[in-house]
Structure formats: structure tokens, C-alpha cells
Design a protein around this ligand. Sequence first.
Ligand code: DOR
Length: 441
Amino acid sequence: MPTTSSLLIRRARVLLPDGEFLVGDVLICDRSIVRVAPEIAESADREIDAIGLTLLPGVIDPQVHFREPGLEHKEDLFTASCACAKGGVTSFLEMPNTRPLTTTQAALDDKLRRAAEKCLVNYGFFIGATAENLPDLLSANPTPGIKVFMGSMHGQLLVDTEEILEPIFAAGDRLIAVHAEDQARINQRRQEFAGISDVAIHSQIQDNQAALSATQLALKLSQKYQRRLHILHLSTGEEAEFLRQEKPSWVTAEVTPQHLLLNTSAYANIGSLAQMNPPLRSTRDNEILWQALLDGVIDFIATDHAPHTLAEKAQTYPNTPSGMPGVETSLPLMLTQAVEGRCTVPQVANWMSAAVAKAYNIPKKGQIAPGFDADLVLVDLDNYRPVLREEMLTKCGWSPFEGWNLTGWPVVTVVGGKVVFEKGKLDPNVRGEALTFDTDM
Ligand code: DOR
């Protein structure tokens, strides 16, 4: 006999789908939200008194690199999902640059099997495009979409010429998510700046123009075939202004907290920990990206969580790898911006959950309403705490935001109706589910 379990969150400040707040109770039965009301009389197996806390839909992080299989010295699906649970991230979409690459159904199935065994939160995996795997791209299932690295990648996953890109855009109709950097321009500039070991040169080698020209090419192909396109981690003011003029209804774009909140001045403070692709830009780019996000030109937020060990980061540029972790800090970073007046809490919840569920057609996620999945995060908007290296759960053990004093830290995270994180403690026995991607939504 299957047993049912119920959870009642009492006296929370609950964010409703219309963007209003209700101080009240949320009843969860098994995996689903069943009722949201000012006061629910009945009792449940488990009750949480959430007085003073704000209840938000769990974060759906639509771009992460969790390194399993093959690169588990940096991260694995267990450590990454622990970091997610602590950060209020209840679902993630993971990228194909693992070893082996996720370019076949067999590799996708292997990741799904591994995740079912060890992931504390919900999961989905992109299929990676190569010059040769069009049949796999058309049939892969379940997947949020096709990941195309137009630049910043080597080997099979680099799909950097119009000749190779065109058939991928022409065949099928599933979402294509692009890492838009122009590899030919990057190669040329790498030669021009060869011999410079100051990591700050990274932002000049992979410059704004490299990002803009790749975004323009992806958009041109998307327009030609009316193909659903998502532009990953937009980093430049130029791309944002271009999309403000040119973005068709079937195109979405995302930005990372680091491209909003960090810029090239970070190299002086944290050196290669600030190195990522696409690189950090200027304060002017920060400002234009913020405005584009507020205006809806940019649709949502992803972390691009891409951990590398401190030993790897301690090498000399250009041998230092690009990428930084993010799932533990993204929600408090953005909620701190909201508390400090740059945006609102409902906007943050939309950018980090509802808008992602909508863009990727993930059913029953992103809202606190009856019938929706009980993926939730209770946050404390009244207390500030610094980001501390020793508290990081990501295997890489560092954050580019160390020392930043943030509010909005998760107090309780619920995945599928189960409390997975509470007041600093994880329940390592909770398991997420494979996400589904509804084509008829
Ligand atoms: O900085 C980055 N690192 N950008 C990417 O697109 C890939 C990632 C990685 O996997 O390390």
C-alpha cells in the first residue's frame, strides 16, 4: 500500500502567482501543493512554523555544469545537488561537457541513472550538438534542449561555423541553447595577446565583439528557420541592446548573477577565480544587462555553476580553467538586490523559477498554487550573513562572492514535498525526480 505524507507550512509570507504576498499556510500532500489559505485548520504529519520567513517557489537553475561523469574531482551529482538544496535550487538543467560528452541517448540515460541514484533535487540534462550527431539531437529524450557551443570549447562540442550550425537549426523544432562566442575571433585575439599571463587579459581576448557576433549569427539562423532559440549567459551591453531591437517572440535570453554583479575589477581582488566564459565585462555592461533584465529583454537567470579546483585555478593564465560555482549563492545574491531596492522579490522569483519553467515547458513548477509540485524555499529576508568559504558544499570549496554580506539565505528547502534542507542541515536521503519537458504546453 502506498503511504501518503503531508506537510504544513504555517504563517509564512507566501508569494502567490499574481505577485502578491499572503501571510498564511500551505498544505502539501505527497509531492503536490494542495491548498494555500490564510489559515488551514487541519493537521499534517509534519508542520513548520515559518513566522517571519518568506516562501518562494524553488529555484530552477537552467544552466549548470556538474562534472559527472568523468570530472568528479571538481564536483559530482551528489555534492552539486547538496549545494543546490542549501541554495534553494530545487531543479537544475545540466550541460553536456562531461566525460564522456552527453551527445548520445546512451550518455543521457547514464546521467539520468546516476542522478536518480544520488541527486537530492530535480534534474534535467541537455544533449550536446556535434558536427555529426543530428539524429541524436532529434530523438534524445527527455531533454530540455540542444546545447550548442559556438565558442569557448574544444573538441567535438565546438560547433563554430555557419556551415555546421545551419543543418542543426534547420532540422527539428526543439529548443537550441547557444553559448554565443565567436571562436574564430577568439583564436585570432589569443595570438595577438599571446605571452600575457595577467588573467585580466581574458576579458580582452574573448571580447564584447566576439560575444555580439556569435549572438547575431545565432539569431540570424533562428529567424531563418523560426527556430526556438535560447541565448545562454548574455554578458555584454551590445548583445542586450541588439536583442532589445531584434528579439523575436520565440527567442529567450538569460543572464548570470556574476555578469550583473561582478566586472573586470574582480580580477584585481580574486584573480583567476573571476575567469569564466563568457568573461566578466565592464560596469557599463553590468548596468545595461540590469536594465535589459528589468525591461524583460532578458527573460531569466542562470548560474552557469562551473566548478574547478583551487589547484587548477592556481595555475598561470592561460592554463587556468574558466568557470565559477554559483548554486549556493545565486538566490541570496539576487534577494539582497531586491531588499536593497534594485528589483523586487516577485521579480527575482519570476526570473529564477516561473520564467524558467515557462521557457522550458516544465509542467507544474514555478508557482505556489494548488496542483503545482511542492518545490519550495523558505528564505529569511531580515538577516545578513557573509558568504564563507568554509560553508561551501560544492566540492570545489570556494565562491567568487566570498565575504559578500547577503540576506535572503534559505532556511528550509522542500523538494517534491520533502524537507531536504533545514536550518543548516541536509537530509541526504531525499531524492529529486527527472524533469519532464512538455511540448504541448
Ligand atoms: O566558464 C565557463 N566554464 N563557461 C562555460 O561555458 C563552460 C564552463 C565549464 O564547463 O567549465
